[in-house]
Design a protein around this ligand. Structure first.
Ligand code: SF4
Length: 242
């Protein structure tokens, strides 16, 4: 990515004080862009399973949230994305539009992703732990997460992402089965599920809109996640060469 464009993205997310350091790391950005996968549609069998998931979430009544939602929100993005971003649950706008991370928080997430060379249209799939909106955006209840998490597990099995980015405390704690504060979960590589997919934790963009001072920490998290991804894909490339 051109340094000037990266600077513009970072200014958008409010990290304009970091230009010098960002320019210093920009040399690795082309590698990230080069490693981005092609947009590949799901294989026919997988397409059937994806459609089943869509239909099941649409009809789902496994927890009480079905009675207050407008619609279930499964997720959005290419079905073979290397990156999977996971948030908490749909908000009011997402519930209306049927897509995760729209509105101001979605725009900030997009800018954050672009700052590390990612684009939700080409190499990032975005989903939530809960597929239905909790009333008044209250925190998900344990029984709701328990009912809904199998949908996400099935999504992950179909996507087979190389890396997961959990945004926000609720997503991180529920995915990792911990009540540790977000600050203790950041800055290290966790693993999720049968495939032990690497998982990195950062702040939710809605939180960052309310607490701009923490955008710097979020930028550190993103750079960390990008370095983890680069190590993973570089390792795979080296393995193929040997
Ligand atoms: S939150 Fe999940 S389990 Fe609950 S109704 Fe929605 S799709 Fe079903």
């Amino acid at each position: 990515m051109l340094p000037e464009r990266r600077r513009q993205y970072l200014e958008t997310i409010g990290i304009d004080l970091w230009v010098k350091r960002i320019r210093a790391v920009s040399a690795v950005a082309p590698a990230a862009a080069a490693a981005a996968p092609e947009v590949v549609a799901a294989a026919p069998e997988a397409a059937v399973e994806w459609q089943q998931l869509v239909d099941e979430v649409r009809r789902c009544t496994l927890c009480p949230l079905h009675s207050t939602r407008t619609q279930g929100v499964l997720g959005v993005g290419p079905k073979r994305a290397d990156w999977l971003v996971i948030g908490e649950a749909p908000g009011a706008e997402e519930d209306r539009r049927g897509e995760p991370f729209v509105g101001a928080a979605g725009q900030l997430l997009d800018a954050m992703l672009r700052a590390i060379g990612l684009d939700r249209r080409t190499n990032v799939y975005i989903a939530n732990v809960l597929k239905s909106r909790p009333p008044n955006n209250r925190d998900p209840r344990p029984e709701e997460v328990e009912a809904c998490l199998p949908y996400l597990v099935r999504q992950i099995a179909l996507l087979q992402p190389k890396i997961m980015l959990a945004v926000g405390r609720i997503a991180a704690q529920n995915l990792l089965g911990t009540d540790a504060p977000l600050g203790r979960l950041r800055g290290r590589v966790h693993h999720f599920g049968e495939r032990q997919t690497p998982l990195v934790v950062t702040y939710h963009p809605a939180y960052l809109l309310r607490t701009p001072a923490d955008k710097r920490k979020a930028w550190e998290d993103l750079k960390f996640a990008r370095s983890v991804y680069q190590q993973l894909t570089q390792g795979a490339a080296d393995g193929h060469r040997s």
